[in-house]
Design a protein around this ligand. Structure first.
Ligand code: AMP
Ligand code: MN
Ligand code: MN
Ligand code: MN
Length: 280
Protein backbone atom coordinates (compact mmCIF):
# COMPACT_ATOMS: atom_id res chain seq x y z
CA UNK A 1 0.00 0.00 0.00
CA UNK A 2 1.43 3.41 -0.97
CA UNK A 3 1.39 5.79 1.96
CA UNK A 4 2.33 9.45 2.45
CA UNK A 5 1.76 10.96 5.89
CA UNK A 6 3.45 14.37 5.44
CA UNK A 7 2.32 16.79 2.72
CA UNK A 8 1.51 20.50 2.36
CA UNK A 9 -1.09 22.57 0.49
CA UNK A 10 -1.61 26.27 -0.19
CA UNK A 11 -3.30 26.52 3.22
CA UNK A 12 0.28 26.80 4.51
CA UNK A 13 3.42 27.04 2.35
CA UNK A 14 2.52 24.44 -0.30
CA UNK A 15 1.58 25.26 -3.88
CA UNK A 16 -1.45 23.06 -4.61
CA UNK A 17 -4.98 23.44 -3.31
CA UNK A 18 -6.16 20.51 -1.14
CA UNK A 19 -8.20 19.05 -4.03
CA UNK A 20 -5.27 19.41 -6.43
CA UNK A 21 -3.07 17.59 -3.92
CA UNK A 22 -5.63 14.78 -3.63
CA UNK A 23 -5.74 14.51 -7.44
CA UNK A 24 -1.98 14.19 -7.55
CA UNK A 25 -2.00 11.57 -4.78
CA UNK A 26 -4.76 9.56 -6.52
CA UNK A 27 -2.82 9.65 -9.83
CA UNK A 28 0.22 8.39 -7.97
CA UNK A 29 -1.83 5.55 -6.45
CA UNK A 30 -1.48 6.69 -2.84
CA UNK A 31 -3.95 4.84 -0.64
CA UNK A 32 -3.30 6.58 2.67
CA UNK A 33 -2.56 10.31 2.74
CA UNK A 34 -2.26 12.96 5.40
CA UNK A 35 -2.25 16.69 4.68
CA UNK A 36 -0.01 18.13 7.37
CA UNK A 37 -0.02 21.88 6.84
CA UNK A 38 2.05 24.04 9.17
CA UNK A 39 -0.04 24.98 12.23
CA UNK A 40 -3.40 24.81 10.43
CA UNK A 41 -6.10 22.28 9.54
CA UNK A 42 -8.23 24.49 7.28
CA UNK A 43 -7.33 22.29 4.26
CA UNK A 44 -9.76 19.70 5.65
CA UNK A 45 -12.78 21.99 5.46
CA UNK A 46 -13.85 21.51 1.86
CA UNK A 47 -12.30 18.33 0.52
CA UNK A 48 -14.24 16.97 -2.39
CA UNK A 49 -16.13 13.76 -1.58
CA UNK A 50 -15.48 12.32 -5.05
CA UNK A 51 -11.77 12.43 -4.28
CA UNK A 52 -11.82 11.28 -0.66
CA UNK A 53 -13.71 8.19 -1.87
CA UNK A 54 -10.58 7.20 -3.80
CA UNK A 55 -8.02 7.29 -1.00
CA UNK A 56 -8.08 7.35 2.77
CA UNK A 57 -7.30 10.81 4.14
CA UNK A 58 -5.88 10.90 7.67
CA UNK A 59 -6.45 14.25 9.43
CA UNK A 60 -3.08 15.76 10.30
CA UNK A 61 -1.03 18.86 11.06
CA UNK A 62 2.62 19.90 11.40
CA UNK A 63 3.11 22.02 14.50
CA UNK A 64 6.04 24.41 14.85
CA UNK A 65 7.58 24.30 18.27
CA UNK A 66 10.75 24.99 20.15
CA UNK A 67 12.88 22.81 22.38
CA UNK A 68 16.12 23.95 24.00
CA UNK A 69 16.36 26.84 21.54
CA UNK A 70 15.96 24.58 18.52
CA UNK A 71 13.01 24.82 16.14
CA UNK A 72 11.44 21.34 16.12
CA UNK A 73 8.43 20.24 14.04
CA UNK A 74 5.91 17.79 15.45
CA UNK A 75 3.41 16.13 13.14
CA UNK A 76 0.02 15.11 14.53
CA UNK A 77 -1.77 12.26 12.76
CA UNK A 78 -5.22 10.70 12.88
CA UNK A 79 -6.56 13.67 14.80
CA UNK A 80 -10.07 14.39 15.90
CA UNK A 81 -10.38 17.75 14.17
CA UNK A 82 -13.43 18.65 16.26
CA UNK A 83 -11.47 18.50 19.50
CA UNK A 84 -11.83 21.95 21.17
CA UNK A 85 -8.32 21.77 22.69
CA UNK A 86 -6.81 21.19 19.26
CA UNK A 87 -8.74 24.15 17.88
CA UNK A 88 -7.44 26.32 20.72
CA UNK A 89 -3.92 25.10 19.98
CA UNK A 90 -4.26 25.98 16.31
CA UNK A 91 -5.58 29.43 17.25
CA UNK A 92 -2.61 29.94 19.59
CA UNK A 93 -0.17 29.01 16.83
CA UNK A 94 -1.92 31.31 14.35
CA UNK A 95 -1.36 34.17 16.79
CA UNK A 96 2.23 33.06 17.34
CA UNK A 97 2.85 32.98 13.58
CA UNK A 98 1.47 36.49 13.19
CA UNK A 99 3.52 37.82 16.09
CA UNK A 100 6.61 36.14 14.64
CA UNK A 101 5.99 37.68 11.20
CA UNK A 102 5.91 41.16 12.76
CA UNK A 103 9.23 40.49 14.53
CA UNK A 104 10.92 39.02 11.46
CA UNK A 105 9.75 42.00 9.39
CA UNK A 106 11.12 44.47 11.96
CA UNK A 107 14.50 42.78 11.98
CA UNK A 108 14.80 42.54 8.20
CA UNK A 109 13.65 46.13 7.82
CA UNK A 110 16.44 47.35 10.10
CA UNK A 111 19.18 45.01 8.95
CA UNK A 112 18.59 45.34 5.21
CA UNK A 113 17.14 48.83 5.16
CA UNK A 114 14.09 47.68 3.25
CA UNK A 115 10.63 49.21 3.37
CA UNK A 116 7.64 47.51 4.97
CA UNK A 117 8.33 43.83 4.25
CA UNK A 118 5.29 42.92 6.38
CA UNK A 119 2.90 44.44 3.82
CA UNK A 120 4.63 42.54 1.01
CA UNK A 121 4.60 39.13 2.73
CA UNK A 122 0.99 39.65 3.77
CA UNK A 123 0.13 39.96 0.06
CA UNK A 124 2.37 37.03 -0.91
CA UNK A 125 0.61 34.84 1.64
CA UNK A 126 -2.86 35.79 0.33
CA UNK A 127 -3.40 37.55 3.66
CA UNK A 128 -3.11 34.34 5.70
CA UNK A 129 -0.45 32.12 7.22
CA UNK A 130 2.78 34.11 6.73
CA UNK A 131 5.77 31.78 6.64
CA UNK A 132 9.49 32.22 6.20
CA UNK A 133 9.19 31.09 2.56
CA UNK A 134 7.15 34.27 1.92
CA UNK A 135 9.93 36.41 3.39
CA UNK A 136 12.42 34.48 1.27
CA UNK A 137 10.33 35.10 -1.85
CA UNK A 138 10.09 38.80 -1.05
CA UNK A 139 13.87 39.08 -0.66
CA UNK A 140 14.22 37.46 -4.09
CA UNK A 141 11.54 39.74 -5.59
CA UNK A 142 13.28 42.93 -4.44
CA UNK A 143 16.70 41.68 -5.49
CA UNK A 144 18.32 41.32 -2.05
CA UNK A 145 19.19 37.70 -2.92
CA UNK A 146 19.00 35.75 -6.16
CA UNK A 147 17.42 32.54 -4.80
CA UNK A 148 15.11 31.34 -2.04
CA UNK A 149 17.77 29.01 -0.73
CA UNK A 150 20.22 31.88 -0.31
CA UNK A 151 17.60 33.89 1.59
CA UNK A 152 17.39 31.01 4.08
CA UNK A 153 21.15 30.62 4.27
CA UNK A 154 21.78 34.31 4.92
CA UNK A 155 18.71 35.60 6.74
CA UNK A 156 16.03 33.07 7.65
CA UNK A 157 17.62 29.71 8.41
CA UNK A 158 18.83 28.36 11.77
CA UNK A 159 20.71 30.96 13.80
CA UNK A 160 20.04 33.82 11.36
CA UNK A 161 18.19 37.04 12.23
CA UNK A 162 14.88 35.89 10.77
CA UNK A 163 14.93 32.61 12.68
CA UNK A 164 12.64 33.56 15.54
CA UNK A 165 11.33 30.64 17.59
CA UNK A 166 10.20 32.01 20.90
CA UNK A 167 6.61 32.70 19.91
CA UNK A 168 5.77 29.01 19.35
CA UNK A 169 4.23 26.72 21.94
CA UNK A 170 6.57 24.26 23.65
CA UNK A 171 7.25 20.73 22.44
CA UNK A 172 5.38 19.36 25.46
CA UNK A 173 2.38 21.61 24.80
CA UNK A 174 1.90 20.68 21.15
CA UNK A 175 2.35 17.00 21.96
CA UNK A 176 -0.42 17.33 24.53
CA UNK A 177 -2.75 19.07 22.04
CA UNK A 178 -2.23 16.20 19.61
CA UNK A 179 -2.66 13.34 22.06
CA UNK A 180 -5.71 14.95 23.68
CA UNK A 181 -7.26 15.08 20.20
CA UNK A 182 -6.79 11.27 19.98
CA UNK A 183 -3.88 11.73 17.58
CA UNK A 184 -0.41 10.27 17.31
CA UNK A 185 2.40 12.78 17.85
CA UNK A 186 5.36 12.26 15.52
CA UNK A 187 8.82 13.88 15.52
CA UNK A 188 9.09 15.26 11.97
CA UNK A 189 12.28 14.90 9.88
CA UNK A 190 14.63 14.20 12.84
CA UNK A 191 17.74 14.55 10.67
CA UNK A 192 16.97 18.14 9.64
CA UNK A 193 17.86 19.49 13.09
CA UNK A 194 21.45 18.26 12.76
CA UNK A 195 21.46 17.07 16.40
CA UNK A 196 24.23 14.99 17.89
CA UNK A 197 23.24 11.43 18.75
CA UNK A 198 23.10 12.33 22.45
CA UNK A 199 20.89 15.33 21.79
CA UNK A 200 18.54 13.35 19.53
CA UNK A 201 18.16 10.77 22.30
CA UNK A 202 17.40 13.58 24.76
CA UNK A 203 14.79 14.97 22.37
CA UNK A 204 13.18 11.54 22.04
CA UNK A 205 13.12 11.09 25.84
CA UNK A 206 11.48 14.49 26.41
CA UNK A 207 9.01 13.82 23.61
CA UNK A 208 8.10 10.38 24.97
CA UNK A 209 7.71 11.87 28.45
CA UNK A 210 5.20 14.33 27.00
CA UNK A 211 3.14 11.52 25.43
CA UNK A 212 4.72 11.37 21.95
CA UNK A 213 4.59 7.97 20.29
CA UNK A 214 6.24 8.08 16.87
CA UNK A 215 9.05 9.43 14.72
CA UNK A 216 9.49 9.88 10.97
CA UNK A 217 11.92 7.19 9.92
CA UNK A 218 11.51 8.14 6.28
CA UNK A 219 11.13 11.78 5.21
CA UNK A 220 11.31 12.15 1.44
CA UNK A 221 14.32 10.83 -0.38
CA UNK A 222 17.04 10.00 2.08
CA UNK A 223 20.09 7.78 2.41
CA UNK A 224 19.61 4.16 3.41
CA UNK A 225 22.08 4.55 6.30
CA UNK A 226 20.05 7.42 7.72
CA UNK A 227 16.84 5.39 7.50
CA UNK A 228 18.49 2.49 9.32
CA UNK A 229 19.87 4.79 12.00
CA UNK A 230 16.43 6.26 12.68
CA UNK A 231 14.82 2.80 12.66
CA UNK A 232 17.33 1.73 15.31
CA UNK A 233 16.38 4.71 17.51
CA UNK A 234 12.69 3.82 17.15
CA UNK A 235 13.37 0.23 18.09
CA UNK A 236 15.47 1.02 21.13
CA UNK A 237 13.07 3.71 22.40
CA UNK A 238 9.84 1.87 21.57
CA UNK A 239 8.58 4.49 19.12
CA UNK A 240 6.28 3.81 16.21
CA UNK A 241 7.55 4.79 12.76
CA UNK A 242 6.04 7.16 10.20
CA UNK A 243 6.87 8.10 6.62
CA UNK A 244 6.10 11.10 4.45
CA UNK A 245 7.40 12.97 1.44
CA UNK A 246 7.11 16.53 2.86
CA UNK A 247 5.76 17.48 -0.58
CA UNK A 248 5.25 21.23 -1.09
CA UNK A 249 5.33 22.13 -4.77
CA UNK A 250 5.35 20.24 -8.10
CA UNK A 251 8.18 22.54 -9.23
CA UNK A 252 10.47 21.37 -6.40
CA UNK A 253 12.16 18.41 -8.01
CA UNK A 254 13.47 17.00 -4.75
CA UNK A 255 10.07 15.90 -3.42
CA UNK A 256 7.07 14.19 -4.92
CA UNK A 257 3.89 12.85 -3.33
CA UNK A 258 4.48 9.30 -2.16
CA UNK A 259 8.07 9.26 -3.39
CA UNK A 260 10.09 7.49 -0.71
CA UNK A 261 11.30 4.07 0.33
CA UNK A 262 9.27 1.67 2.48
CA UNK A 263 9.82 1.60 6.22
CA UNK A 264 12.38 -1.01 7.28
CA UNK A 265 10.85 -4.36 8.32
CA UNK A 266 11.80 -3.94 11.95
CA UNK A 267 9.70 -0.78 12.30
CA UNK A 268 6.24 -0.79 13.80
CA UNK A 269 4.24 1.56 11.54
CA UNK A 270 2.29 4.36 13.21
CA UNK A 271 -0.84 3.32 11.30
CA UNK A 272 -0.88 -0.24 12.72
CA UNK A 273 -3.59 0.58 15.26
CA UNK A 274 -5.73 2.72 12.99
CA UNK A 275 -8.81 0.96 11.78
CA UNK A 276 -8.32 1.37 8.06
CA UNK A 277 -10.33 -0.39 5.43
CA UNK A 278 -8.22 -0.38 2.33
CA UNK A 279 -9.70 1.40 -0.69
CA UNK A 280 -8.95 -0.47 -3.94
P1 AMP B 1 8.01 28.47 8.73
O1 AMP B 1 6.93 27.41 8.89
O2 AMP B 1 7.43 29.80 8.41
O3 AMP B 1 8.96 28.50 9.89
O4 AMP B 1 8.87 28.08 7.45
C1 AMP B 1 9.53 26.85 7.39
C2 AMP B 1 9.41 26.29 5.99
O5 AMP B 1 10.36 26.91 5.13
C3 AMP B 1 9.74 24.81 5.88
O6 AMP B 1 8.63 24.02 6.17
C4 AMP B 1 10.13 24.68 4.43
O7 AMP B 1 8.98 24.51 3.64
C5 AMP B 1 10.74 26.02 4.09
N1 AMP B 1 12.22 26.00 4.08
C6 AMP B 1 13.06 25.81 5.11
N2 AMP B 1 14.35 25.88 4.71
C7 AMP B 1 14.31 26.12 3.38
C8 AMP B 1 15.31 26.31 2.38
N3 AMP B 1 16.63 26.27 2.67
N4 AMP B 1 14.91 26.53 1.11
C9 AMP B 1 13.59 26.58 0.81
N5 AMP B 1 12.60 26.41 1.70
C10 AMP B 1 12.95 26.19 2.97
MN1 MN C 1 7.04 24.09 4.70
MN1 MN D 1 8.92 20.58 8.81
MN1 MN E 1 6.57 19.65 6.38
Amino acid sequence: MKIDLHTHTNHSDGKLSPDELLDRAIKRRIKLLSITDHDTVTAYKNLSGSKTAQLKVIPGIEFSTTWQGIGIHIVGLNLNLDDPGLQKGVDFQTGARHERAIKIAERLEKKLDIENPLAAVTELSNRKHIGRPHFAQHLVNIGVVSQIDIAFKKYLGPGKIGDIKETWASLEQVTEWITNADGAAVIAHPLKYKLTRTKLIRLIDTFKGAGGTAMEVVNGRQKRDDTERLAAHCESKGLLASCGSDFHDPEFNWTEVGDMTDLPERCQPVWTDWSITEID
